[in-house]
Design a binder for this molecule. Structure first.
Ligand code: AMP
Ligand code: GLY
Length: 421
């Protein structure tokens, strides 16, 4: 089978390494992939949002199955376009990807179907939003409607900060057009859990839970990033919490999307907060998380390609989705300065052991050598029987990843360890 994977980060590298385990796979093309992914797939310089070119490439190369991994091509209808040419795909169509593409859509969906989430109001008029903030409970959370490159969330600790955020979004357009509509919502507290799930639109099979570390600095300080490391499973996701999530959130969400005529097939990511009132949805993503994927897929014992195709074909109910009863830790090595400004173009070297455990997110190949090309450069994952061992191993192996200005958080997994105690 010839496969195509759209995307070019650490998540896509993890997906490709997992897909390669299936003996029927003869070739994998990554569009665009990256210098590190080139060790495991044929990288083709077509951007992940260049849908016309992606479709043309898939047709010309007789692709048997495509995996569309990032949010933006999904929201733009990449799956619809590929399916239109008869190419089966993993990933939701645009009408279902809107669950991530529009926060107004997802909040209204949850309200309509009684799915637990933070209380909220939607505004498309700045004066009304500012007036609402005169009496809204503080802290408050302000979210731009669109994808906003994953950055459109501001947590305001004072009324003035909240008003400034609204002005920045609606008048200053700091997140572009996605600031035309905003959501102002209740500030929730409690540990966060990421649950990625497979769904064929009928049944939903959650993957092992995970914990992201979103802030740039140790002890959750500094700016929000795409994620500086992950562990799986997440100790806050107890069997009782898992059962409540299934009954109160996962199944109702699948049913709600069906009732709206927007059946969701692919990976539905539930960003959850375990509040004193029970689990609530912070956000939905229409795709695998990054770097959650780098701890979840290494624990997957069943065959990824078989599961993905069953999501496409509607046969997930009969398909085994089994995870190892182990622990995984992924440590991101980033360019110092990320997520703000950082230097790139430095030589990236990895020991043989490090390369075997590392997913490359931001590097390019030049004259056969890897050079850093992004903020998040690599993710190094270790699997072990216990969480302390997984953390220790991930850090030990990540030491074999080297480049000038390399930066890692030193406390990935520590919060999970505290929770276990
Ligand atoms: P998002 O981009 O929606 O994942 O939001 C980024 C981060 O903001 C989340 O991971 C949470 O830590 C935080 N956040 C979002 N919404 C809320 C909320 N209603 N209450 C508290 N924290 C939130
Ligand atoms: N790591 C968070 C995300 O993928 O959205």
């Amino acid at each position: 089978m010839k496969l195509l994977v759209v995307g070019g980060g650490g998540r896509e590298h993890a997906i490709i390494k997992s897909l390669k385990k299936n003996p029927d796979v003869t070739e994998i093309f990554a569009l665009p992939g990256n210098g590190g992914i080139a060790a495991d797939a044929t990288c083709v310089p077509i951007g992940a949002t260049d849908i016309e070119k992606i479709v043309a490439f898939a047709v010309e190369n007789s692709i048997d199955y495509a995996v569309v991994a990032p949010d933006d091509p999904l929201v733009l209808g990449c799956v619809d376009a590929l399916e239109g040419k008869g190419i089966p795909c993993f990933g939701p169509r645009a009408n279902a990807a809107i669950i991530e593409g529009s926060k107004v859509f997802s909040k209204n969906l949850m309200k309509k179907y009684g799915i637990p989430t933070a209380k909220y109001e939607v505004f498309d008029d700045m004066t009304a939003a500012l007036e609402y903030l005169e009496t809204a409970p503080i802290p408050t959370v302000i979210k731009a409607d669109g994808l906003a490159l994953g950055k459109g969330v501001i947590i305001a600790n004072t009324r003035d900060e909240a008003k400034a955020a609204v002005r920045d979004m609606m008048e200053g357009h700091i997140f572009g057009k996605s600031g035309d509509h905003i959501v102002i919502e209740e500030f929730l507290t409690g540990p966060e859990v990421s649950v990625l799930s497979f769904t064929d639109g009928k049944v939903v099979k959650p993957m092992v839970s995970s914990m992201d570390h979103k802030r740039a600095g140790d002890n959750d300080t500094g700016l929000n990033t795409g994620g500086m490391g992950t562990v799986a499973p997440n100790p806050y996701y107890t069997p009782e919490v898992a059962q409540r999530c299934m009954e109160e959130i996962f199944l109702p969400t699948i049913a709600a999307m069906n009732a709206e005529g927007r059946a969701f097939k692919g990976c539905l990511y539930f960003g959850l907060m375990i509040t004193p009132d029970g689990p609530k949805v912070i956000e939905y993503n229409c795709r695998f998380g990054d770097p959650e994927t780098q701890v979840v897929l290494p624990l997957l014992e069943s065959d990824l390609l078989t599961i993905m195709r069953s999501c496409t074909n509607g046969t997930l109910a009969e398909t085994e989705v089994k995870f190892a009863d182990k622990h995984a830790c992924c440590v991101i090595t980033a360019s110092a300065g990320y997520p703000k400004s950082y230097k790139k173009g430095f030589a990236l070297t990895m020991t043989e052991e490090a390369a075997a455990h590392t997913y490359v997110a931001g590097a390019k190949l030049e004259n056969g050598k890897l050079l850093t090309s992004g903020g998040r450069v690599t993710g190094t994952t270790a699997v072990a029987d216990t969480l302390p061992d997984a953390i220790r191993e991930a850090y030990r192996i990540a030491d074999g990843v080297q480049f000038e200005n390399a930066y890692r958080r030193s406390d990935i997994g520590q919060r999970a360890l505290q929770a276990l105690k």
